[in-house]
Design a protein around this ligand. Structure first.
Ligand code: NAD
Length: 390
């Protein structure tokens, strides 16, 4: 159970790059990082427009001289201060993640970066090597992974409650971009432009979320081959896809399927993961995150509820209010952010076993997301053929 007490010895001095006024994702980063006193927001380069960024930082109670015009000045100036920042979160469009993460690691900072981590596997590997060399954490905000019922699912699968795993079905299929809304919305415009979004739209933007959930629930599964078909139903988005289907063959003959879409008209979010075993199946839906559906063959379906005594102890650790009360995405992110802070503290102390014991989307998750998108794009661009996973 969480009562809001600080879990780290001292709050980590923290800055943000991006996430400024009007951005989609900045507020949930701040809300999650500041929720349990793990971080203290002391600096930032919040906006592409320096003046707007300064004004915004002032509204967040950041000292005016620590609201910087750009990330280069932020890292250089903070490195000169005794009380300079120790960590930074990067909440900017995809095309900037690699350069900003690299600069932050080179400045000796722990990093929390938005997904997808970067555009290519080669870049991702370079960041991994740099993080290892500098002994810094590089975390990636696959924000749904902090939901308690994801932890419950992982424990149930690990304890054999589903029997032998046979299939994994995933989807993240919303309908918000069924029309060319990007023409009037800057937050959507860069997402369908390869210069800023990279080699994919929904594969990187949406599909990597349930993909990471599958990695959390089924850490033993390894993809051997995949086949991806992608389409641009709103034609002006080509070559980037607004819909994609991916078939996966895992080690041990397990099969997987992932549907990612921004044109699933009428759907709110539609992010689901269903794991099917020889005895039973589990299903989790992000629109009802406090529930986990457990179906044993031949028995009535059960709905397991967050915060209840019958869950595994690890699935109750992050309970903030008790069963029956809905918790949501903001709590899920807060659960990840306090673990990021614990990982950074352990990393600073050289306690690598403590880092490993924390379930967080770290650099491996970031690299895997980029690797998966790269394989999907390769398969799709070869004409939707099976490709060996590499
Ligand atoms: P957005 O376009 O709404 O906002 C981007 C913000 O970054 C703006 O404030 C902009 O001024 C600022 N910015 C851009 N370049 C900058 C730079 N070089 N230096 C400083 N500030 C800069 O974008 P968004 O929707 O908030 O997405 C940002 C990132 O978050 C993307 O990578 C996206 O994929 C990711 N995202 C993740 C989730 C999630 O669930 N984890 C959800 C939404 C978005």
């Amino acid at each position: 159970m969480i009562y809001g007490e600080r879990k780290v010895k001292a709050p980590i001095r923290w800055a943000m790059v991006g996430g400024g006024k009007g951005s989609q994702i900045g507020y949930i980063h701040r809300s999650a990082a500041l929720r349990d006193h793990s971080f203290q927001l002391v600096a930032g380069a919040f906006d592409l427009d320096p003046e707007r960024g300064r004004e915004f930082g002032a509204g967040l109670q950041v000292a005016p001289e620590r609201c910087y015009a750009d990330y280069q000045t932020l890292f250089a100036a903070e490195a000169k201060r005794e009380d300079g920042i120790q960590a930074v979160s990067i909440a900017t469009p995809n095309g900037t993640h690699f350069a900003i993460s690299k600069a932050a690691l080179e400045a000796g900072l722990h990093v929390v970066c938005e997904k997808p981590l970067c555009f290519t596997l080669a870049e991702a590997e370079e960041l991994r090597a740099l993080a290892e060399r500098r002994q810094r954490m590089l975390c990636v905000t696959y924000g749904y992974a902090g939901h308690q019922m994801i932890t419950q699912a992982r424990a149930m699968i690990a304890n054999g409650e589903l029997g032998e795993i046979r299939m994994v079905h995933m989807q993240f299929a919303h309908g918000f971009h069924s029309e060319a809304v990007e023409q009037g919305n800057p937050s959507t415009r860069w997402r369908v432009d390869p210069r800023y979004a990279g080699p994919s739209y929904v594969l990187g933007d949406l599909a990597t979320h349930p993909l990471y959930l599958s990695e959390v629930m089924l850490p033993q599964l390894k993809i051997e081959k995949l086949l991806c078909a992608r389409q641009s139903f709103v034609r002006s988005r080509a070559p980037l896809e607004d819909n994609a289907y991916v078939l996966m063959q895992y080690s041990g003959g397990v099969m997987g399927h992932l549907w990612a879409s921004a044109v699933n008209a009428g759907s709110m979010h539609g992010q689901k993961i269903r794991v099917i075993g020889s005895r039973a199946s589990l299903e989790w839906w992000d629109e009802q995150p406090n529930q986990l559906r457990f179906e044993i063959q031949g028995e009535p379906a059960r709905i397991l509820e967050r915060g209840m005594g019958y869950l595994y102890p690890e699935a109750r650790e992050d309970d903030r209010i008790g069963g029956g009360h809905p918790e949501g995405l903001f709590e899920s992110w807060s659960n990840l952010y306090y673990r990021f802070a614990l990982a950074m503290e352990a990393c600073d102390a050289g306690e690598h076993d403590r880092v490993k014991a924390l379930h967080i989307p770290g650099i491996e998750a970031g690299v895997e997301g980029v690797r998966w998108v790269e394989n999907c794009v390769r398969s799709a661009d070869l004409g939707a053929v099976w490709v060996d996973y590499r």
